[in-house]
Design a protein around this ligand. Structure first.
Ligand code: ATP
Ligand code: MG
Length: 196
């Protein structure tokens, strides 16, 4: 299968069909037993650990179903962390503040810890964290799976805007046909095989 720059893709398929596995492979969080994954003209199988780390840090952003925020870090520091990892600029939170503003989290929540935020706010923080290093590709596993419909719609509109307005490539796993409706194209997977 091929995904083109700027596409907003939904990956659909039954539970256990391999959606998360596929996304983790694309994100170089997992390695394939067979086959190859090419990102931006490079085969990930031939990359060194350092090159893979660079790729994850510079080119890819991840958004998870259960947010996966650091519970002891406030919202700002959760977003700031990957930026520090990339740049070493510990004291410059400007970029993290920008990312939180872009996802619509008001600044009076920036010093709240995840458990002091609603699910929708936590997912906004997680999206800001995915965006902080300006990745071309954003990978989301059921990003609205734990949100109410209204909050979920706001998150989907945000992802959609990132694709249409900023030309980012978005790959989103979802069970829900309505959620998939926000994507440009649906890729279906059954028993570990991509259909069509
Ligand atoms: N670490 C692992 N080791 C071995 N098998 C695994 C591992 N993780 C997942 N699997 C198996 O791989 C298959 C695909 O799992 P995967 O998590 O990708 O499914 P999924 O489509 O994301 O399902 P869901 O919709 O329930 O999240 C399943 O049969 C699962 O049991
Ligand atoms: Mg899954």
């Amino acid at each position: 299968m091929e995904i083109h720059p700027g596409e907003f893709i939904a990956i659909m398929g039954p539970s256990g069909s391999g959606k998360s596995t596929l996304l983790n492979l694309m994100g170089c969080l997992d390695v394939p037993n067979e086959g190859e994954i090419w990102i931006d003209g490079n085969s990930t199988g031939t990359m060194t650990d350092n090159q893979l780390t660079d790729l994850r840090l510079n080119t890819l952003g991840f958004v998870f179903q259960y947010f996966n925020l650091f519970p002891l870090f406030n919202a700002l520091n959760n977003v700031h962390y990957p930026y520090v990892t990339r740049t070493g600029r510990v004291h410059d939170t400007t970029r993290a503040e920008e990312a939180l503003t872009d996802v619509g989290l008001p600044d009076n929540f920036w010093h709240h810890r995840p458990n002091q935020l609603s699910g929708g706010q936590q997912q906004r923080v997680a999206i800001a964290r995915a965006l902080v290093n300006d990745p071309a590709i954003i990978l989301c596993d059921e990003p609205t799976g734990n949100l109410d419909t209204k909050t979920g719609t706001a998150i989907l509109e945000l992802l959609s805007a990132l694709s249409t307005r900023e030309g980012r490539t978005i790959v989103m796993v979802t069970h829900d046909l309505k959620t998939a409706g926000y994507a440009d194209r649906i890729i279906r997977i059954v028993d570990g095989k991509v259909e069509g």
